[in-house]
Design a protein around this ligand. Sequence first.
Ligand code: ADP
Length: 550
Amino acid sequence: MFGLMMDRPLLLSSLLEHAEQQYSDVEIVSRETHGDLFRYTYRDLARRARQLANALAALGMASGSRVATLAWNNHRHLEAYFAVSGSGAVLHTCNPRLHAEQLAYILNHAEDDIVLFDSTFLPLVEAVAPMCPGIRAFVLMTDEAHMPAQSKLQGLLCYETLLATQGDAFTWPEFDERTASSLCFTSGTTGNPKGVLYSHRSTMLHSFALTMPDTLSLSVRDCVLPVVPMFHVNAWGIPYAAPMNGCKLVLPGPRLDGASLFELMEAEGVTCSAGVPTIWLGLAQFMESQGLKPSTMRRSVVGGSAMPQSLIRDFAEKFDVEVRHCWGMTETSPLGTQGVPLAKHAALDAEQQYALRSKQGRAVFGVQLKVVDIDGNALPRDGKSAGELMVRGPWIVSEYFKGEKPALRDGWFPTGDIATIDADGTMQITDRVKDVIKSGGEWISSIDLENAAIAHPALAMAAVIGVKHPKWDERPVLCAVKKPGHEIDEAALLEFLGGKVAKWWLPDQVIFVDSLPMGATGKIQKMDLRQKYADILCGDAVTSNVSTSP
Ligand code: ADP
């Protein structure tokens, strides 16, 4: 027997209509690409999204068309989010930090018809256009005053002029909630990038989860600043969750350095934010160097890579900001877990609480997790048995866009992460399958070593890679960046680590570098480091910190 409740589809356009009716004068503040701050309201957003829907329809956008964006977090990008998906077309957010060839590959693979882009990316789009003959229209997301005098792009259109020619009467169509809404490609560190095709239903359910008290805990009284880019995994869903909850939304445009973020947070009264650890490191260093503390910002969701315990402690104790450590990936929309300690942990001392918070946390409702051995058998939830993390749920990928291979194993998505899960369901990533260091038949967790190293007050960043070794197969090498004005040498760092990890885990070499290679999504590119230092331990005089078999 079926229930007798209305079967209304979960469509993204309903978020916009809701915000227009309930929160019409709540502000959206956006940093334009040329630097000025622009402000308007949800009422204005809804009106301009309808104008844009009309303009894109006039350019030939139809249900199922793919429309690409190459844009910062700004109000025009937000309008595109709703105009494209709300019309039943697919918003393909592209990462502008990709190489031209890689970008051309994904534009062609997605069969994009129209490209909307910020002026920062004009040279990139001009370079890519000859490789993408299928694209029918290029729209520069600016006004006439900021259009270039000339461009290699034939018939380049101006966003504001397109909008000005359109009325704001538009009725959002109704369709099946499983219809594709947006497309995002994984960063493709191995092989070609793979497309993850989100649906209206998956995105709406994910927005509810993002809103819950132990994740972003969004309220009408919040002012949220997504530092995570709208060009990767939909800025973790904040562009949808903010209008759902009537939050003031602050979009930082291209300025993501610590000083600019701090200034914007203070000026706009930001209460919560979301970003990868490197962003928070930049902000922490800026605030520390200036003796500053945020006056309204109280919590931040951090994920994308492991948030070091020392940084979680700094944010709590020096800046009064609660860090909520989440885990996820492009394939999981991305929210998978959140790491707020349970009520029973309240009696733990501060350091134990930070240690708990540095784990990746428990599955949010809607997501199921398990770890399996190499034969696919589920491992016990004992906090010790490490295996590949598998995930399942209504906002987890089931197939890649035009995928050749199935994405799933026995109905579960294999994440490529190695993790443990304890009796409370707290998951801890110990490594990526591709990053774990195999030394003498045993595994060394590069993440554990990095966390131990980064706890040293003189270090700003650390990356541990497995490097080929004549005797042990692979041994760890630590690449470290010192904080400005701090000194430390290899011997002192190894001594510091000696108290924290098993002796046979100690890196065979420490390399001090000025910076680490960062990928398109703000993560350290360990592959580049592995290539650069591939033979560093294969010389004649190689010694190792392993004195006996590990
Ligand atoms: P890609 O585009 O490479 O798929 P994602 O942004 O999807 O990039 O990255 C997903 C991966 O990032 C996860 O599989 C995991 O290895 C890592 N990751 C995400 N969040 C965390 C976290 N909180 N701690 C440690 N690693 C994380």
